[in-house]
Design a protein around this ligand. Structure first.
Ligand code: SAM
Length: 358
């Protein structure tokens, strides 16, 4: 059953209690697993380099604070599920063998990531082979990851690496966009609507969308062909799913042709001017009243006690545009592009924005 057809409260009653227990247990195992990876990664990795400005005396949030916040995210996720806004995660209990294989791959690759981190090598993919085929800003080893976004190995590792970074909370953050997505169907028919996920990566978010709205027509686009191969695999069970290689600065869609655009964790990885071009592109392809459901990293002030972590992040990971991103005026940027800002909310380390094309 899907959210399109199901009882709006499928998680009530005895089955509901079992579902709730199953969800809680799954998230506890998940958090323990990825927090273990996070701790081991920190032990094996070189200490983050400081940028010279000095951060002596800065108080970082405690592990307990972050853990409580992660728990709040899962509470919110479950409340949304229980109230029928969306289904429980389709892969709540992943195949343990597949997880072990991913873990082995992750640690196998970690030595190379750490070598890059130690030497601050973030430009390995700026090669003659790639130059001219991709924008310059894209040819970086973001997070010091092997091959940047440009190999099948990278596409295989990416989701796991992101879950380690967020100690198991990455998918739960993405799912929060399913709540405003449900609202977006209050005044449009699912069957007739077209959703475009800009920079869909390996298709994680789209898999949650399709699991809830199998009849919805969706297109995922991304600059990385290998990531789209992975996305094709992720979405193989669902029809009406299309994938297109392309640049978000020149979206492969006609003016006013899309009902709902989504964009998850892209903006912090592109330069200031590019953010503005992408926002203008999304505005161009959306129908009047079309929705943009946006998610990216939190910014300065979204949760003030996390601000020191926002300073640390681009030093520990290769994130050349992050320091600019966390200071950018996203509401102003979207207003200038022709959107009304309907909602801004923080969920764990993500900022969620609901925007309507004027
Ligand atoms: C941090 S990942 C986020 C992927 C996915 N949305 C998610 O939730 O995991 C950033 C993605 O943006 C893509 N990307 C970066 N710049 C792009 C551009 N100019 N046009 C299209 N995709 C781009 C990358 O290939 C990568 O898949």
């Amino acid at each position: 059953m899907s959210a399109e057809t199901s009882d709006p409260n499928p998680t009530r009653g005895v089955m509901g209690s079992i579902d709730r227990l199953s969800y809680r247990l799954a998230q506890t195992v998940r958090t323990g697993w990825f927090a273990g990876h996070y701790a081991l990664t920190a032990r094996l990795s070189p200490p983050p380099r400081r940028d010279g400005s000095g951060d002596g005396g800065v108080i970082l949030p405690s592990w307990q604070t972050v853990n409580d916040d992660l728990k709040a995210l899962f509470d919110r996720d479950w409340t949304n599920i229980e109230s029928g806004l969306y289904r429980p995660p389709h892969d709540m209990w992943p195949n343990p063998l597949a997880v072990l294989r991913q873990s082995a791959r992750y640690f196998d690759d970690l030595g190379q990531v750490n070598d890059r981190k130690r030497d601050r090598r973030g430009q390995e993919v700026f090669t003659p082979e790639h130059r001219g085929r991709y924008p310059r800003y894209y040819l970086q080893n973001f997070h010091y990851q092997s091959d940047g976004y440009l190999s099948h190995d990278s596409a295989t590792l990416y989701d796991y690496q992101v879950e380690v970074l967020f100690t198991g909370g990455a998918d739960a953050m993405r799912r929060q966009l399913l709540a405003p997505l449900r609202d977006a169907f209050a005044d449009r028919r699912i069957r007739d609507a077209h959703l475009l996920d800009v920079a869909c990566g390996t298709g994680r978010f789209l898999s949650f969308v399709k699991d809830n709205y199998p009849r919805l027509r969706v297109t995922g686009m991304d600059l990385s062909a290998p990531y789209l191969v992975r996305a094709r695999r992720t979405l193989r069970h669902w029809s009406r799913s299309h994938l297109a290689v392309g640049n978000a600065e020149a979206l492969p869609a006609a003016d006013g042709s899309i009902d709902i655009a989504t964009c998850v964790f892209l903006f912090h990885e592109v330069p200031n001017a590019v953010r503005r071009r992408i926002a203008a592109e999304i505005a161009r392809i959306l129908k009047p009243n079309g929705m943009l459901l946006f998610m990216d990293s939190i910014q300065y002030g979204d949760r003030p006690d996390y601000d020191p972590l926002l300073d640390r992040f681009p030093q520990a990971m290769h994130e050349p545009y992050y320091a600019d991103y966390v200071r950018d005026d996203l509401s102003g940027l979207f207003r200038d592009a022709g959107f009304a800002v309907e909602k801004v909310e923080r969920v764990f380390f993500a900022r969620m924005m609901v925007l309507r094309r004027l």
